[in-house]
Ligand binder design. Sequence first.
Ligand code: ADP
Ligand code: MG
Length: 691
Amino acid sequence: MTELAQVPVTALKGVGEALAEKLARVGLENLQDVLFHLPLRYQDRTRITPIGALRPGQDAVVEGVVAGADVVMGRRRSLLVRLQDGSGTLSLRFFHFSQAQKDGLKRGTALRCYGEVRPGATGLEIYHPEYRAQQGDESAPVEQTLTPIYPTTEGLTQQRLRQLSEQALGRLGPHSLPDWLPAEMIAQYQLGPLAEALRTLHRPPPNTDLDALAEGQHWAQQRLVFEELLTHQLSLQRLRETLRAQRAPVLPPAQTLPARFIANLGFQPTGAQRRVGQEIAYDLSQPEPMLRLVQGDVGAGKTVVAALAALQALEAGYQVALMAPTEILAEQHFLNFSRWLAPLGIEVAWLAGKLKGKARAAALEQIAGGTPMVVGTHALFQDEVQFKRLALVIIDEQHRFGVQQRLALRNKGIDGRLSPHQLIMTATPIPRTLAMSAYADLDTSILDELPPGRTPVNTLVIADSRRLEVVERVRIACREGRQAYWVCTLIEESEELTCQAAETSYEELSAALGELRVGLIHGRMKPAEKAAVMDEFKQGNLQLLVATTVIEVGVDVPNASLMIIENPERLGLAQLHQLRGRVGRGSAASHCVLLYHAPLSQLGRERLAIMRETCDGFVIAEKDLELRGPGEMLGTRQTGLLQFKVADLMRDAELLPAVRDAAQELLARWPERVSPLLQRWLRHGQQYGQV
Ligand code: ADP
Ligand code: MG
């Protein structure tokens, strides 16, 4: 029997060219794809519920006889059909209907319908049910299994997808769909057979535990989750091998520049900075590209580590590119590196999206001509940017920098032959279990020591009914020569509204604090305006900065020691931690006021309490994971790096250690099974090993 992976969808009944094209849009090209296209959820149409037993909110199949159908005028005109069985009466309501439809719903017609029961003007109602007139006296049989609802695209109906999966299931057998997991492994991890899992998920029997399915805890799901996570691990291993197989410039440890740099720095690197610096220095001296992630809490001093790495490449006569995710942050790095490198006689170039016309052309020319240190935003990675001798790329605060982007960096290397080394820095603490799966392709260094003399930020949780007191606090702090941030949080995902709120707060605070110099910064301002305001704040010319979360990453003004965050309940803990990290950078005791809007939910209270209790980014991340469950921590949905069909990295985190062991074992003992697994689970573009 042919393997289903080899059978195109056009082999199925009813699939022609046009349909095949639509199917390709959801990634279905062969019958194996069809089988791995799993339902998002299920409907239970396996039994008929008596009308008298219906509950609001329930999705139900109901049978009855039409007792009347009238057009009623209410707030919106609608067709109201009264349906009765022996146990009660239910209304079916149609806001859109044709005359023919109305005629077909005459009194005395026997109907079967399906839909969500809700409380309505006439008692329980179903809006726009699916329905069918019953033929004769005979009641048609109900569904034998739960009804799958598949992910789909325009023009592709659920009914069609069900027909296709039905046909594909008909061809399912041990030879047509090999189980690539060795029997030994299936037994060891108690996984259950593949074909059975697929059959169950496409057509769950009536007694299936719907809650378990909804939570992804059903054994059939867990079997596929395991296989998918395993495949993901294998793909990262492959990627790693691909990247390691590339060549990189060998950079001998720097002899003179680091000492001169440190002498000018005004402080000594911490033990952790030295240790991580050495880990990097070793990697850079190797002929394969470094792929290293430095995780260090907010304020741990990652920039100095980046500079030490850069010096090794610079001393060897190569170019270094430093990329930051926002212009504010990039500009700050540009200023720091300019200040640090000028005494060493090293030139620094600047490139960002806002740079246009002549200035841009000049920057591109500098970079192509070999200016040693280049700092900028994503603009650095555009095609038109040509480096002369790029040996090291440093990516700051960007743990979401995707696999594809990492691979593409090779094109920026030397003569398309030598890939640059890559150093990625992030303050977003990632719980260890997740890090191990998400970053299997990177080596990790942890900067686990804050520079000396820092006092932990004292965090207060205060209701906004006490706003005036808080404003007084700002006045006192600024009068004592300190600086403060006043942060306005995101409103319903609307940047527009958020900026307006910041403007309102700015007006209010300027009026209330007439003697202080107050600035405003938000995402709608032009980059040049933002930079100017930031600079004024840095210089100390502004005492209070009203800001949106644009200041979240990296902004470093050590004299700022007070931060007020309005509506902190709108933000995730990791984000609050990032924001709070903008203070506590100097030696003065710092404070952060979480000015919440009452009433807080139980969860909201717990979350703010965590912020009050700890400043440790890892503790906060673990708690966040615990409280929030599946979340945005890794930004997995946006990255394209981790697009799973059935797995959920948060929900299934506890499987990860076993998955990692299994991946090692499979690679060692059954390497020939790796490729078929990758082909089964990953879309073509995602097959990293082949890029
Ligand atoms: P982050 O890890 O959040 O990027 P930064 O690199 O911005 O942290 O450093 C935060 C602040 O700490 C900066 O003002 C920096 O100059 C200072 N700093 C870094 N390392 C040390 C050190 N070893 N001793 C004292 N201050 C340091
Ligand atoms: Mg930083």
